[in-house]
Design a protein around this ligand. Structure first.
Ligand SMILES: NC(=O)c1ccc[n+]([C@@H]2O[C@H](COP(=O)([O-])OP(=O)(O)OC[C@H]3O[C@@H](n4cnc5c(N)ncnc54)[C@H](OP(=O)(O)O)[C@@H]3O)[C@@H](O)[C@H]2O)c1
Length: 285
């Protein structure tokens, strides 16, 4: 039975990147749709649900993508609402690469220290990627400081994570006048997840933190989020700190993305969102 991936993209043009990854993950046929939203998705999902026998539904799956992560979340929610009983197909949400990038970043950090009981700071932690990095870390018993330019946004992100993970230890924070120093006391993991070209810290502000073990900068567009980290840095040692740039994490991100697409076809009732994608990242090592 051929593996069919139905690409539901919230942007007008379905992502070529996501199609290429699907081919590399062993998908036989990709049906790509752009401009998909909760109002026009029903027929597309019914087409996936009602064509193959229940036993063969695991060979059809849905990929929700596009640049707008909130729109992707709303679309996945609608897709799930159309399922009933065993009549369903697996679905993966990876709008803007948010789940696979966050999972890859945390998996990368975990190569350098035991996550449980450690402290992390996620700079720009309110965006789709930073939010998910913070969520995954918090779910692994890491105390996480989430920074934003406004306390309200930092608090909102922490509250959303806390609802999913009641034991999460989260600290919303705003650097006063660009001074991050107090926020990073005792921090072992530093992740810069700000918007493209946003630089948070000068070199001397982060590379002298005595407790720091791993620094990851997900911004690939110069200037980088952490001055001194190159986009291609991959486990580059700076004293006691292992440093990664956006492309340095990219290899792991691609592996996670391919593995998540492959996992869709294991059964017909997988819903792969942040936690599930991270579990896949842990499985592939
Ligand atoms: N390596 C990869 O494969 C990969 C994949 C996807 C994304 N990325 C990169 O990962 C990073 C995060 O992605 P994203 O989609 O989550 O980013 P985003 O939503 O564009 O921005 C993240 C956060 O940055 C903060 N921010 C925006 N402008 C700022 C400014 N001028 N000064 C300080 N903070 C600012 C905002 O927080 P507040 O408004 O709360 O301050 C925002 O929530 C981006 O650099 C993106 O390019 C990499």
């Amino acid at each position: 039975m051929k593996k069919i991936l139905i690409q539901l993209d919230t942007d007008p043009q379905p992502s070529v990147f996501d199609r290429v990854v699907a081919v590399d993950a062993g998908v036989d046929e990709i049906f790509s749709y752009g401009g998909v939203n909760p109002e026009n998705v029903t027929e597309l999902v019914h087409g996936a649900m009602f064509t193959r026998s229940p036993h063969d539904l695991k060979y059809t799956a849905i990929f929700v993508g596009g640049s707008d992560v909130k729109a992707g979340e709303a679309l996945l929610h609608k897709v799930q609402s159309l399922y009933f009983g065993p009549i369903r197909v697996s679905a993966l949400l990876d709008s803007n690469g948010s789940n696979t990038t966050a999972a890859a970043a945390v998996r990368t950090a975990a190569r350098h220290l035991e996550l449980g009981g450690s402290r992390a700071v996620v700079l720009g932690g309110t965006g789709p990627v930073g939010h998910r990095v913070a969520e995954i870390l918090a779910s692994r018993d890491v105390e996480v400081t989430v920074t934003s330019r406004t306390l309200e946004r930092a608090r909102e992100t922490c509250e959303i994570i806390h609802e999913k993970h009641p034991k999460a230890r989260l600290i919303p924070a705003v650097p006063h006048g660009g001074d991050f120093s107090g926020l990073m006391d005792g921090c072992q993991i530093l992740v810069a997840a700000g918007a493209a070209s946003v630089q948070f810290l000068k070199e001397e502000q982060w590379d002298s933190i005595p407790s720091l073990r791993v620094a990851i900068d997900l911004n690939a567009v110069p200037p980088t989020g952490l001055e001194g980290i190159g986009v291609t840095d991959k486990a580059k040692e700076r004293g006691h700190v292992a440093c990664y740039g956006a492309i340095g994490v990219g290899g792991t991100k691609m592996k996670v993305h391919r593995a998540a697409v492959e996992a869709l076809f294991e059964q017909n009732d997988h819903i792969l969102n942040t936690a599930e994608v991270f579990a896949i990242a842990e499985r592939i090592g």
